[in-house]
Design a protein around this ligand. Structure first.
Ligand code: NDP
Length: 335
């Protein structure tokens, strides 16, 4: 069974006398800095010269260049985007680490795949929110909290666990629950969702759209039916609340009978999907993906831009735009 920590497992006093530096005031950085300050910790911000620096200042933080903030603090939250983190770490963080410092990551990626190697004598921990940045703040304010994956990667002080849990509590995450997981496992699960579950789900959706449009149904009606009406998202939300099987009870008997009896026809696809997923997972766990993505970065970014161009020119994207405009959905409302 997994170990899960809640508020009662954490002592809120442990980090009270320490100085916490939030390094980069972006999606996660802003929300985490505000939560920590509201939990009574002494928080400073490290940020490059950009609009985020001004935002941090206007929201009442003392802001310094990243290297200076790293030098001033003994609890450091490294919250730049993952792809620039090794460079920022080498230049602006590593030279200022002192014995006894606590270095926290919101994603295990760089440490797990050996792109960042923290020195001995410091605590290295993970508090990886399963929540986007604005949600980290909103659920702190609402009192609900948000779940995270947490771990002690290196215990340099002998107090790493109590410091980790105190940090997770001040961030508002032990309120919902923090599940213990190594950095390598956290990063692997995250990448698997992006590289296997996401594309497989996308392929199923595209097949459904193509089947119906080829059968003569208007693309707008098809996209509305499949996901743009919001019914699918609502059903998933209900599935989250009561369980996927139980949410079936909210659907008609015709729907339930059709879903259950026709599910068998798709069963035979299972092993071939699992085989591709296993191959993707192996590429993640072995570090092959991390190596690929960190080698010849400029070439990879060009490839990414090209792939996005093709995606945006695909008929699915055009149909989606037309449907969202026709039904004034989301930011296509025009108000
Ligand atoms: P952001 O994309 O919001 O970027 C964070 C900040 O880093 C921005 O202020 C950005 O400034 C700054 N930055 C960009 N490049 C550099 C650089 N070269 N040197 C210094 N600062 C730089 O990051 P996120 O908040 O999304 O991600 C931070 C961490 O949180 C990552 O480890 C990520 O994996 C993790 N995480 C993110 C989640 C999310 O939902 N976003 C969820 C869970 C974990 P500018 O824009 O001006 O370049």
């Amino acid at each position: 069974m997994a170990t899960i920590y809640y508020d009662d497992d954490a002592n809120p006093e442990v980090l009270r006398s320490e100085t916490v530096a939030v390094l980069a005031y972006g999606n996660q950085g802003r929300s985490q800095a505000l939560n920590l300050r509201d939990s009574g910790l002494n928080v400073i911000v490290g940020n490059i010269e950009d609009e985020y620096r001004e935002r941090a200042r206007s929201e009442g933080f003392e802001v310094f260049p990243i290297a200076e903030a790293a030098e001033r603090a003994n609890v450091l939250l490294l919250l730049t985007p993952d792809e620039v983190m090794p460079e920022v770490y080498d230049k602006d963080v590593a030279p200022y680490l002192r014995e006894g410092d606590l270095l926290d990551f919101a994603s295990g990626y760089n440490v797990a795949f050996d792109l960042i190697r923290p020195p001995e004598g410091i605590d290295v921990v993970l508090v990886a929110p399963r929540m986007i940045g604005p949600g980290v703040r909103d659920t702190y304010v609402s009192g609900e909290g948000y779940p995270s994956f947490v771990s002690v990667h290196q215990d340099g002080t002998g107090r790493a666990r109590e410091r980790l849990l105190s940090l997770a509590r001040a961030l508002g995450s032990t309120r919902a629950g923090c599940i213990e997981m190594s950095m390598h496992d956290e990063a692997s699960l995250d990448l698997f969702t992006e590289q296997a579950f996401g594309p497989a789900f996308g392929r199923v959706l595209t097949s459904a759209v193509e089947t119906l449009v080829n059968a003569g149904y208007p693309p707008e009606a098809v996209l509305l039916e499949l996901f743009l009406s919001g019914e699918l998202a609502y059903s998933f939300e209900k599935g989250r609340e009561v369980g996927m099987a139980a949410q079936h009870e909210y659907h008609s008997h015709t729907s339930q009978y059709g879903t259950i009896t026709r599910a068998a026809k798709f069963m035979e696809l299972g092993p071939s999907i699992s085989a591709v997923m296993e191959e993707v997972l192996e590429g993640i766990r072995s570090g092959a993906f991390a190596k690929e993505w960190s080698t010849n970065r400029d070439e990879k970014l060009q490839l990414l831009e090209k792939a996005k161009e093709i995606r945006d020119g695909h008929h699915m994207a055009r149909w989606e735009d037309a449907t969202r405009r026709a039904f004034r959905i989301g930011d296509a409302r025009g108000d």
